[in-house]
Design a protein around this ligand. Sequence first.
Ligand code: HEM
Length: 521
Amino acid sequence: MITAILSGSSLPLVLLVAAYLVSTWMQTRHAIQRLKRQHGCQEPPRYPHKDPIFGSDLFNDSAKHAKQFKLLDRWSTRYKKHGKTFAAIMQGTPAICTIDPTNLLAITTTNFNDYGVQPMRRDATLPFLGEGVFTMDGPFWEHSRALLRPTFSRANIANLPAFEVHLQKFLKLLPRDGTSVDLKPLLCKLFIDTSTEFLFGESMNILNQKEPQRSQDFLDAFHYAQQGTGKRLQLGKLAFLYCDKKYYESIKVAHAFADYYVDKAIEYRRSHLADKGVNLETFSDEDASKHKVVLLHDMAMETDNREDLRNQILHVFLAGHESSAITIGNAIFQLCRNPDKWERLRTEVLALGNGTEHLTAEKLKGVKYLSSVIKETVRLYPVASMSTRKAYKDTVLPTGGGALGTSPVFVRKGTIISSSVYALHRISACWKPDPEAFRPERWEEGVKPGPSYMPFGWGVRTCPARYLAEIEIGYTLARMAQLYERIECRDEVSEWVEELRVSTSSRNGTKVALVPAPAAI
Ligand code: HEM
């Protein structure tokens, strides 16, 4: 057959194509050599693969440790053993694993445009979430961020009196007689109620004993579709092999739920614009500041594209509906094991006064120990424990190569950059001498971690809801400090065990008994 191709009139064409391919290859090679020379790039250490083609040994090792709920610590061990930056193969793709803050700064800030999340996230999440802020790069991501920005940047975003209404329902469900309770599911319900009010304009109210069926159906469908999406993400390029009827049915249920609110938001847009007699071009910031803060309504003032609105709101719901609940659970996990720290937190909160009126966002910011407790909690238990990017072009990481591990490292287009935020928050020098200890006090001793600390991400793509999340977490902890003199640990397992899903949480929850303060009885 080859002879047939090479014979006769097709021979010059074949030679031309071959010459073109060789010349392109040589040009690319030349450009790479020039880039390496220009930056003085050196090779980083390599992970000692048994299978250097597909990296199946690393994959299997990760799967084994994930089954034992020890994958996070396994990553820390790998970085301790192979250095803060090392090269590996992940599912047949070259990867650079790095937790060097200088590299993380380059990826998230200075060379932000050289890397992206879309090649890893978009295809796997597309049937469920469509395109939105969490999975896209470039102009579409910029458009998505622009839709969110006005709402998240408004100073009054944390509406604490509205939050207190839901908190009251949460508090009513906590036993006051010393019976054990797992706070994790209740906190999750609290934040589903508050976040749906903020995102969709109506709370799901699942903290009410009688759960509304529609909301429960949505949550079940959302979580099933989320699980399926996790499996598709793991399958990577083979995601098309994932066929599960229930996954697609769940997506339909979740979309129908979101569409109901999207249509209401579009109606809101129409009536608001009609009422005001203004068009979008003349809709001022002052107009915007007068309406109740509902993300979907705000976004509908920017676009009436139904699909875009549905996708974006599902993306934000995915990113935000459980992170704050998980973080409060983790904080209490530590505080109930450290009664002296709970005591100190209570003292500082009670110094503000013993009622909700004393807990304004401004005043809460002034409670230093509260802020240290939150910082220390997300250091030890970052909700986004892994961060992954892909290189869009041939580029350079500033450090990690050569014998000393300090030379720049060449990054080939298509390379995966994998970072363990969990390991970063424990291994970096600034956490010494006790990186594993829960010690909020370290934040009062002048620790300045810079990009060695990125629980909310860093740089251009940092979490847009950080301020909102910190206020709501702080408020919930402060209210509990006002109400409970002691929190006793009732966990059967003493150590924190990981549960890795879209968010990383405590597998065993936070089981406690609450002892009310005399004034609160
Ligand atoms: C303790 C609470 C939270 C933590 C620790 C947290 C952490 C993070 C992190 C690390 C990222 C960056 C992920 C990446 O690099 O791809 C992120 C992004 C994001 N977060 Fe949060 N988050 C929290 C709460 C929330 C809440 C409450 C919302 C929404 C109501 C939210 C909405 C988002 C969105 C939309 C993004 C995507 C930003 C983008 O890609 O441009 N987060 N968050």
